[in-house]
Design a protein around this ligand. Sequence first.
Ligand SMILES: [Zn+2]
Ligand SMILES: [Zn+2]
Length: 173
Amino acid sequence: MKDSEFKLLEPIADLINNRFDELHTAGAFDEVLLKIKAAFPQLPDTFSISLDIHMNVFDKKRENGIYLLNTGINCQKGSEPYRHYADTAPQKYLVDGEMCNILDNYCPHCWGEWDFKFESPKCPECEYELGEQVKYLLDNDTCPYCGEGKITMDKPICDRCGFKVDEKKVVWG
Ligand SMILES: [Zn+2]
Ligand SMILES: [Zn+2]
C-alpha cells in the first residue's frame, strides 16, 4: 500500500495489539486457555491451537488482502501458552516510482504473497519484478537480506551475511 495509507493504518494495528495485550494480562483469556489445556490430552500430539487476532486490509480491486496485524497466543501440548508475533517487518519500496510500505512477505503492487524477493525476483501473481517496476527503498543501513548486518551506499556489501546490493534492485532513500 502507499506509504501514506500505511502511516494511517499502522497505528491502528499497534493499538489493537496493545488492547489484546491488556486483555491478556488482565486475564480475559485465562478460562479459554485453561480449557484448551484441558482438551489437549484427548487430542493428537501433532495438534497445536492458537488464539489469534488479525487486522486484515482487503482491497476489492486487487482481490487481495494483507494482514497488518497477525498475533495471538499459541498453545502446545505440555507447555505453557505463549504470545506469538507472526508479523514480518514492514519494508519500503518504490513501485512504478511511488513510495509504498508493506510487510516484507507481500507484493507491494498486487498485495499477493511474494516472499524472498532477492531469490525470486518476480511476483508470482502480478509478475512485477524486482529491479524493474519494483525497487527496495533503503532508508537505513540495515541489510535487506539478513536484516541484521549493516550496508551503506559506500559499502554495499553486508558485513554479516556478505549480501551485495544490486544497484538495479535498490534505491537509497
Ligand atoms: Zn504482485
Ligand atoms: Zn546481511
